[in-house]
Design a protein around this ligand. Structure first.
Ligand SMILES: [Zn+2]
Length: 152
């Protein structure tokens, strides 16, 4: 069950408090990016609890190397990069590339341009408002056709 497009409480670093956010995309089933419904800032999802002072500094460096999950995600990333490169090679010079907007409507086979991830290929449409997009190095489950009414 994907939660892309749904609301979630998350800490907004701009507003400085826990507020309702929209889930913008997931990577391998994990919520990755959210958008604050109050200020509109887009940022990484860090959970709903404000971080403590002691946890803040070291957090980014606690990534363990060599675990099975790390290895699997490295392999998945490598495979997705290969697939992306192949699709990119096949991309025709005059192909239509649409800028990505969360309110936009896309179809399987569309090529989109994302402000942070660049060129992406729409691989799968899930329901009305979710799609899987292959970006270089990551398949992301993105929200599309978004409207303010809460999504199912
Ligand atoms: Zn905010």
């Amino acid at each position: 069950m994907s939660s892309v497009g749904k609301n979630i409480d998350a800490l907004c670093t701009k507003c400085g408090m826990v507020l309702a956010h929209i889930i913008l995309y997931e990577v391998r089933g994990v919520i990755a990016q959210v958008k604050c419904k109050t200020c509109g800032a887009e940022h990484k999802y860090r959970g709903s609890k404000p971080r403590t002072k002691s946890g803040e500094a070291g957090k980014e460096r606690t990534r363990r190397v060599g675990t099975k999950a790390d290895e699997e995600s490295r392999q998945a990333e490598a495979a997705e990069t290969q697939r992306w490169l192949q699709r990119h090679r096949e991309l025709k010079e005059n192909a239509a590339i649409a800028d990505y907007h969360m309110t936009g409507r896309y179809q399987r086979g569309d090529v989109i341009n994302h402000p942070s991830f660049g060129i992406g290929f729409v691989e799968k449409i899930l329901e009305e408002q979710r799609m899987d997009v292959l970006f270089k190095g990551n398949l992301r489950r993105m929200v599309m056709n978004y409207h303010a009414r809460e999504m199912a």
